[in-house]
Design a protein around this ligand. Structure first.
Ligand code: UGA
Length: 440
């Protein structure tokens, strides 16, 4: 099939590339010409394992190309996926202006013709958006022979494993009441769905709510376990043991029950806040979601209070902290709402110096932290330890899990604050380190 993807962020680029890899002909459109120029040479503007190679393979095969021209993308398409961003506006709701622009551009490019197009909205949009986008298309095309049918097809990929998530989906949600659209979706997703059918056709409204509820529920699990972790700290229990015991109940499961610095990234914080606003707009209160955000917002302070339980403010002012991890989670260079960056921003003035290291997010982090003058960006994790008094772990990159104890011994105070609970507390304590996790 001929597919046009509007927007080459995580969702658009992964969707377009994977559809191309499944044998479709794909055009990905972005209005940013320098991004398009890079993508045409298989250079992606972010780190996502496996994606660049897959783009290269499909560029070589001629299955994918990149453009900034709406005329090009829309004249080509049999079906369109809208994948533009819906960033948070100043009231905490999803800003739909990019979607609105795309609707006008698509209409402008088909109104003088006789086209019948299905437009899937993959961007994360609040309840009611697909229906209002449908109304807008109907209005813009009312004097034309062309017709657009809008459907919802939310995305559930995770950064760091996005290609695998697309190729082996746990679910494919399609929001439509049009049987031709559901048949089209079944055809598009058949190569990744034939083994075990995970495609669920629901109403447009339900599809939109499924997306937000899924993210909000996962965020709720994280805030819940972070609260239990505080209780573990207070009574001397180990959150890892508690999580194992609780998670063995198959009704609960052990996923997303890892306590730490809280959730970051471009999705959970923004989506939970947007969902709260959708509740408010519908005159319904939501105590749970507000508490999820509140617990998350307080988690960093809770972690920092552990540092102050060891050092007085005066002592801390003389200390150099080594910080491992700047991306919001491993396997990505995405620093949006990164707890590592938030940690550095809040502690930098209270310490003498910070040595920071991340395996892939250094360039973005340097730019974001350019206002901080007492920071050194180290070339690797061991260099970052040199001259440091204590180690702070803020992202659980694989290479941080099993550090050589000899290297750790360069820490002048032999103290480790583990914001992701990844190190072996017992082993460290046996080797005379002081170890502070979250709930351990
Ligand atoms: C999330 C969802 O997991 C995806 O299903 C969804 O498609 C995506 O948002 C989206 O809406 O686009 P992502 O933001 O890539 O994916 O990251 P997650 O792996 O979900 O992690 C989010 C945050 O939660 C990270 O900061 C992570 O460190 C934190 N987390 C995760 C915990 O603190 N504890 C856990 O047990 C799990």
């Amino acid at each position: 099939m001929k597919i046009s993807i509007i927007g080459t962020g995580y969702v658009g680029l992964v969707t377009g590339t994977c559809f191309a890899d499944l044998g479709n002909n794909v055009i990905c459109l972005d209005t940013n010409e320098s991004i398009i120029e890079g993508l045409s040479k298989a250079k992606i503007p972010f780190y996502e394992p496996g994606l660049e190679d897959l783009i290269k393979t499909n560029l070589d095969r001629g299955n994918i190309r990149f453009t900034s021209s709406y005329e090009d993308a829309i004249s080509f398409a049999e079906t369109i996926f809208i994948c533009v961003g819906t960033p948070e506006d100043d009231k905490g709701s999803a800003d739909l202006s990019f979607i609105q622009d795309v609707v006008i551009k698509i209409s402008d490019n088909i109104k003088d013709k006789d086209r019948h197009l299905t437009v899937f909205i993959k961007s994360t949009v609040p309840s009611g958006t697909c229906s209002s986008v449908q109304d807008k298309f109907d209005e813009l095309l009312q004097h034309s022979q062309s017709k657009v049918v809008v459907a919802s097809n939310p995305e559930f990929l995770k950064e760091g494993s996005a290609v695998a998530d697309f190729m082996k989906p746990d679910r494919i949600i399609v929001g439509t009441d049009d049987s031709n659209v559901s048949k089209l979706a079944e055809r598009l997703y058949r190569p990744v769905n034939w083994k075990s059918n995970r495609l669920k056709v629901v109403s447009v409204e339900a599809a939109e709510i499924i997306k937000y509820s899924a993210n909000a529920f996962l965020a709720t699990k994280i805030s819940f376990i972070n609260e239990i972790a505080k209780l573990c700290d207070a009574v001397g229990a180990d959150i890892a043991e508690v999580r194992t015991g609780v998670g063995l109940d198959p009704r609960i499961g052990n996923h997303f029950l890892y306590s730490g610095l809280g959730f970051g990234g471009s999705c959970f914080p923004k989506d939970v806040r947007a969902l709260i606003n959708t509740f408010t707009e519908n005159s319904i209160d939501t105590e749970i979601l507000k508490a999820v955000i509140e617990v998350n917002d307080n988690q960093l302070d809770y972690f920092i209070s552990k540092i102050y339980s060891i050092y007085t403010p005066k002592e801390l002012k003389k200390k150099t902290l080594c910080v491992w991890g700047l991306s919001f989670k491993p396997e990505t260079d995405d620093i949006r709402e990164s707890l590592g960056l938030k940690f550095i921003n809040s502690i930098s003035r209270q310490v003498k110096h910070i040595n920071a290291y991340d395996p892939v997010a250094m360039t973005k982090a340097k730019e974001s932290l350019s206002n901080i003058d007492n920071i050194t960006f180290s070339k690797d994790s061991t260099e970052a330890l040199e001259g440091a008094d204590a180690l702070v772990i803020t992202t659980e990159w694989r290479e941080f899990w099993n550090p050589d104890l000899e290297y750790l011994k360069v820490l002048k105070d032999q103290i480790i604050f583990d914001g992701r609970n990844i190190l072996d507390k017992k082993l460290l304590e046996e080797n005379e380190f002081s170890y502070f996790g979250i709930g351990r």
